[in-house]
Design a protein around this ligand. Sequence first.
Ligand code: GDP
Length: 529
Amino acid sequence: MSTLEKEVNRRRTFAIISHPDAGKTTLTEKLLLFGGAIQMAGEVKARGDRRRARSDWMKVEQERGISVASSVMSFEYDGRMFNLLDTPGHEDFSEDTYRVLTAVDSAIMVLDGAKGIEGQTRKLFEVCRLRDMPVTTFINKLDRESLDPFELLDLIEQELALDVTPVTWPIGMGRDFKGCYDLLNDKLILIEKSKGDKPDEGVVCEGVDDPKLADYIPEHQLEKLREDIEMVRELCPAFDQQAYLDGTMTPVYFGSAINNFGVRELLEGIGERAPKPGVYNTVEKGGIDPLDPKVSGFVFKIQANMDPKHRDRIAFFRMVSGKFKRGMKLKHSRTGKIINLHNPVLFLAQDRELAEEAWPGDIIGIPNHGNLRIGDGLTDGDTLSFTGIPSFAPEHIQTVRPEDPMKAKHLAKALQQLAEEGAASVFKPTIGSEWYVGVVGMLQFEVMADRIRTEYDVPCRFEPTSLYTAVWVECDDKHKLKKFIDDNRANMAEDHNGAPVFLARNSWRLDKAKEDYPEVRFLNTREQT
Ligand code: GDP
């Protein structure tokens, strides 16, 4: 087996999806603990807070107690390399989250045992489904009163139309929560032995009828466990690796992240069963296999000011194939230019570290001054345009003006950069001097105004507009597209890439345009190529 193949086989790149408060941050901390990446629980948030406190625009986020910034954490456990991509939890930043999900091979869905499937979880799950992504479920907070485990399985099955199969099964809940029975390994794992950083090693038994179990669990709970397991085996399908990989079945773990309980089983499950880095599609060559020796990958996220000491931007680059070495020169597919990667960064949980080498599935950060955009491909060979990284139709549109009219140019520059970062869609109308900014969540306007003021020194005002929607227009026939643009000059704009956008004042206008120009396609999402 080649080194490339070995490195690919041992990598797991995943994200956690959940509704705010379900326990994503806590679970992340505990997962990192296993990787030895951080010493103390509580570090993830504390460290993040300190870093954020230095950056002014993040105040908005702090005041609201939400996490805007996604980051990447890499850690090793049991010979495997895990890359955990964090996703912002607040619904106003879902566009960013969606893009992060294009860069992972599987996801962990965290549910609060008392609440079941909540709004944000459902939305994010739908994104996973679009990509047929394997999803592993972790039902958290069993140390509190929760819904009945059978009811929880039922909710997942009904609401998400997924087959469910428990891997572990809880024994009691709330104050009576004793631990879990590991159905795949026939092992009893006890919570009281799991306190602190080291989880219980577990008691191996010969099925639930093993008399040994009585030494650990009170009689009435043991009886219930036996009944439950019998029912589980009757009602739930057995775990099916292929169904899981196809995204039609989710293995379910029960636990309590805060007590570091059930986390190791979850991590081992991801290690053993979650997919290794997979094939990504391109326009030019179709699927690119990770074992293709030529380095390739794409940018899925841009973030400004991660480190307040450096006023640069970091492009998050997902390695798709080949072995990357520092100092490599890669071709930028959009411009054909050669980019020298002499100071890429890896995201080890401790801190940013210079990347010496990286393999498919790894994420590297590429510092740049704005030449890299979301969706851009980099290769050490042919031009490759990766498909499937969506740009979402803005749901809210406002105009923006500088408070000082002399600063219009500065504002334009700020908007261009923020649009490239993926923070918002920015449209410049063909006629008129104002800009339109489109976002997925209203809160983004506030964050943008704050950033434009602090990072670009341009105080500005966002104001509501009567615009109904902005849609990208495309047509196979260039002349017909030009005719449409010419006929509708007063309602046309360009996005930050120069792509034509139709600004519809009301739904009637949009319908009329569709009727009058049947060859033109009006698109709500635009793939960034
Ligand atoms: P996030 O918003 O999904 O990142 O959730 P957090 O990890 O910040 O957790 C939200 C709240 O739930 C915090 O107060 C945690 O201490 C608490 N929490 C997390 N996991 C557990 C758990 O297993 N049991 C209990 N009782 N509380 C938990």
